[in-house]
Design a protein around this ligand. Structure first.
Ligand SMILES: Cc1cc2nc3c(=O)[nH]c(=O)nc-3n(C[C@H](O)[C@H](O)[C@H](O)COP(=O)(O)O)c2cc1C
Length: 186
């Protein structure tokens, strides 16, 4: 699959059914993440993949209202990192930025493999820290919910891609423009 095809195809689908996510699949996803660029090649992205039914059930209790769809997850990855794994330059802490690039590559690879990889931030961090026995100095940046796209209809359909900002609000040429200040309306 071409990169452009994966970019167009990737979606945060919520209607999911079970799919086998074994260690070989996990390794392919992590390989895609590990080839991402990072400050000084620091590679600050780390993942705890939860696949065992017992811990998966616990993880589901951490989901916030609105994320009940994720109860159908076949696997949940906690994306973790910490400041001291990466550069701090001019006051900017790059670990979040670089981990995001790694996750971006991982979710495109999942798309190519026919797997839905839906990032969420709506979960109780404290609970997840406990369930995966995470030491205090680490941050959980997000969870990634993995599954196979289901044809089951949801109350609020996930078929249409949420609208994007018009490109004119996303870039300017040669100098800053006030139009870059436009926020997405919800
Ligand atoms: C940091 C982050 C947090 C998100 N949190 C949630 C969430 O808690 N629940 C959810 O259903 N989707 C969540 N999403 C998915 C976004 O809603 C989704 O990416 C956006 O609406 C665009 O849709 P698309 O990914 O299908 O193109 C999150 C995405 C990101 C990157």
């Amino acid at each position: 699959m071409k990169v452009s095809a994966a970019i167009e195809k990737r979606r945060s689908y919520r209607s999911l059914e079970k799919i086998e996510i074994g260690e070989n699949v996990i390794k392919e996803l992590i390989h895609a993440s590990s080839l991402a660029p990072s400050c000084f090649n620091n590679q600050p992205w780390r993942y705890v993949f939860v696949t065992s039914p017992k811990i998966l059930e616990k993880m589901k209790t951490s989901l916030k209202k609105g994320n009940e769809w994720a109860h159908e997850a076949s696997c949940i990855a906690a994306v973790i990192s910490k400041k001291d794994l990466d550069c701090v330059i001019g006051g900017t802490e790059y670990y979040l930025f670089d981990t995001g690039i790694g996750v971006g590559q991982l979710i495109l690879k999942a798309t190519e493999m026919g797997i839905v990889a839906h990032i969420i931030a709506g979960f109780e961090h404290k609970k997840v820290e406990k369930f995966i026995s995470l030491p205090e100095d680490w941050n959980i940046i997000s969870l990634i919910i993995f599954g196979k796209r289901s044809k089951k209809k949801l109350e609020i359909s996930d078929e249409d891609r949420p609208e994007r900002l018009s490109l004119k609000y996303v870039y300017s040429i040669d100098e800053y423009s006030k139009k870059l200040n436009k926020k997405v309306k919800h």
